[in-house]
Ligand binder design. Sequence first.
Ligand SMILES: [Zn+2]
Length: 724
Amino acid sequence: MRARRQAYIARTPALRASFFPLPARAEYTVTPNAPKILLLPLALALALSACSRESSAPAAGAEAAKPTLDESALPPVNRFQLADLGEPADACRDLNAYANGKWLAAHPIPGDRTSWGSFEMLAERSLAAQRQLAEQAAADADATGVEKIVGDFWATGMDEAAIERQGIEPLRDRLAAIDALTDTASIAEHLRATAARGENVLFGFGANADFRDSEVNIAYAVQGGLGLPDRSYYFDEAHRDKLAAYQRHVARVLELSGVPAEAAAQQAEAVVAFETRLAGNSRSREELSRDASLMYNPVSLAEADALTPNFPWTRFFESQGVQPPQTFSLAIPAFHQEVDAMLAEVPVEDWKAYLRFHTVDSASPYLSDAFVQANYAFYGKTLRGQQEIEPRWKRALGTLNASVGETLGQLYVEAAFPAESKARMEELVGNLREALKLRLEKLTWMGEETKRKAMAKWETFTPKIGYPDTWRDWSGLETGRDSYIANVLAANEFNYKYDLAKIGKPVDRGEWFMSPQTVNAYYNPQANEIVFPAGILQPPFFDPDADDALNYGGIGAVIGHEMIHGYDDQGSRFGPTGNFENWWTESDAAGFKRLTDRLVAQFDAYEAAPGLHVNGNLTLGENIADLGGLAVAYDALQRAREGQEDPKVDGLTQDQRFFLNWATVWRRNFTPEELKVRLTTDPHAPANFRAIGAPSNLPAYAAAFSCEAGSPMVREGGERIVIW
Ligand SMILES: [Zn+2]
């Protein structure tokens, strides 16, 4: 995920991922209710970061007072505690029940969230810190640079009276432009014009490294345009009630925008039919997660123009102010062909209904209360089981993070990230790398030729810790204190143009795809880099004062996980320099597939709710990363402790504490609705299965708790899976 949540955000992390699934990055977890993708899908995936050459070091805004934090006002840190443990016999039956059962029973989900656990508690702490920083920035009338941007976003986001006064007025011009559409040509022109402001509701468009030449950015056009989290919502019986509720939501939003009730109901039907047609030609979450190459379909402009005669790409590039390139990636051609056919076949009135709805719906979080409540009622409550809307301050921070996250990140790092943490992390990463090297060398299922390539890839891993070396330059972004949505739209356009400016240029390897305050981590196969924002470098993951067992079981396993993404089913399709290339011999590839098929079967067997199983295919990459990552972290702990005594702490050995902290990270409750959305869209298995899935394959786990053969937590013989 990326960063903060905004209660009712519809197209949560899930959708964001679909716009640019794996190649962009594999995250450690998905944050529920992550900030909505504003008006542009792909740009958000790429917007949060990037660095200019202007400033360096966290203390860039030197003229301003250093931001400060009142630690005593922050929510408590969540750590592993002896008192949380259940019956010792449970260690061999169900590690999650043993380590987290008591905690989970005692910690129901707060009303404004749809999940609650270690990640969320840390995110809550990060939010409270961000609030203090935003308030300080807003209080400084002379603020400039990132402080002014943060202050303006915060002040307007909290100014409920002004937002209420403006109602839907800020969208008037946009809605009038839609009302004026008359034919195919005018719709195509409208799509180009709105896209140029970063408000493309129909498909994603932006810069990303070329799969075959990871040094250079090219343009990608990718599927989009759906209001629901996955294509399956439009067709599967299991989601039938959500589809019906969505249609009612569409009608409600249209009515709020001024369409009479009866017409709104008819238009809603047309919008759902429109999206169902798009969905029929879209790829599923599962397909996009498991086949990175779907994102890469290089075509010449002439080929693209011939494919979609009603929507010529040459004109599209020109309208976006981008020099028409030799080639670009038209990722899912069937999707764009369908859009092209729809331009000719779908009645203009239906197009207008679709555009009107999405224009209002995506802006709803920044409009007056009626729009905010409608948005929450569907995307928060109905879709995800959220019981109450988040307080305004959390929503305002969610927007700030989604729009200009790194500005706030700059203040966050100054106030909340100690330099010692970075040094300690560098040491941990170094130890994990060494442990991974030894495991690679000892692999028995892989031939020497492939192994040499795997080692070459190991050589080029690049870690990034805490925050970017160089902060992005935000000059040119105009924000003010008059209008919340004006600030949001300005940032949206600014980010879109910033992204488009990268097309045809060398990739900036200093760029970050998460802001520093994010409680998450990621691997980016196109740069072979592992990235750990400051936000996750806190307990229970990381604590400079904790012993090795806890740190290796926490952040150590995260480091291992991100490195193993380089060797998961998708990451392993990229080479040492980040190019999409096959470095596998045929027989080693077949051997790898045999092993991963068994991991698919292990997770397919987990029943998450009555009749609902984990999707072993959708979650394969993450499960490979967990399994290898935990094994590497365990090895690294042994190396770090070599020759030392094993001082029991609270009667627990170092190995036991290592596994218990791993499980502590994965304590997490979900609403039934949230769980259901995730089983369809989240490439990570639900937390309770992540807690047990990897340890049950490690002999070291069985040994640590003296589990007998045949125990549920002990997979043995032909059942045990070791990949990396
Ligand atoms: Zn991951």
